[in-house]
Design a protein around this ligand. Structure first.
Ligand code: PGA
Length: 241
């Protein structure tokens, strides 16, 4: 596991964008695994800048997002689809058909999970997966007491996750309590993983990820078994290491 410690969130975003853009330069038809939330926003800004500077393009790139709220359609401004369009996709040249996000409004959600998993395989697997981490150690929406063998599935969100995500909603009651998420197995199948974390609230989870025993109560601890993981941390997130 490589650990890169940076001074602040902006630097974290720039470093992460460098790794993602190098991947695209080396393999223009790369398959990217993408994350939402506050953490990767600076990375997306920098990727858009690199695209505008003509350093990279996304014509052949395919993307698979980690997760999506259940029961929310694409057009809902709280959906992760909406987030991705407004923080990245509308600013770059990725063809719409190359964008993959679980459909949280699918009638048959089990079938949707199977379809999503199959699409990842058909695309040749994920070359580089970007992850954030929850204060409870979740990756994607894989909450503590995780099944390390799970593929894309419907998950129930923990109270702490609902609390953390409520900053994006008017009231906490509006936060969905379930979501569709890539499973740990899906994430572990990615060829490379880049996990970003900033802020003191993530320090405990980062300590457990790096130094703890691998255990289902800290889902991110499984990353110790992945052969190509890079953590990019600000000083606060790294402060317990
Ligand atoms: P955040 O979420 O980027 O909004 O902190 C990270 C996560 O829950 O994985």
């Amino acid at each position: 596991m490589r650990i890169i410690i940076v001074n602040n969130k902006e630097e974290m975003g720039k470093k992460a964008a460098s790794l993602v853009s190098s991947q695209i330069i080396l393999k223009p038809d790369s398959v990217l695994g993408l994350a939402t939330g506050g953490t990767p926003l600076d990375m997306y800004k920098e990727l858009i800048r690199l695209y505008n500077e003509k350093e990279i393009d996304f014509k052949l790139v395919k993307t698979f997002n980690l997760d999506e709220y259940f029961g929310i359609g694409k057009e809902n401004d709280q959906s992760y689809y909406y987030y991705m369009v407004n923080n990245l996709f509308k600013f770059i040249d990725i063809p719409e058909k190359n964008i993959n996000i679980p459909d949280g409004s699918a009638k048959d959600i089990v079938e949707e999970c199977v379809r999503y998993e199959k699409s990842i395989k058909q695309a040749g697997g994920i070359d580089i997966q970007v992850l954030g981490i929850g204060t409870n150690g979740h990756i994607g929406f894989n909450e503590p007491d995780v099944n390390f063998e799970a593929q894309t599935h419907l998950v129930k969100l923990e109270e702490s996750t609902i609390q953390a995500n409520s900053i994006y909603f008017k009231t906490i009651e509006e936060v969905p309590t379930t979501a569709v998420s890539m499973g740990i197995k899906t994430i572990m199948n990615s060829r490379k993983i880049v996990l970003l974390a900033n802020g003191i609230s993530k320090a405990e989870a980062i300590y457990g990820l790096v130094n703890g025993k691998i255990n289902p109560n800290l889902p991110a601890s499984i990353l110790q078994l992945h052969p190509d993981v890079t953590l990019i941390l600000d000083k606060d997130a790294a402060s317990k290491l």
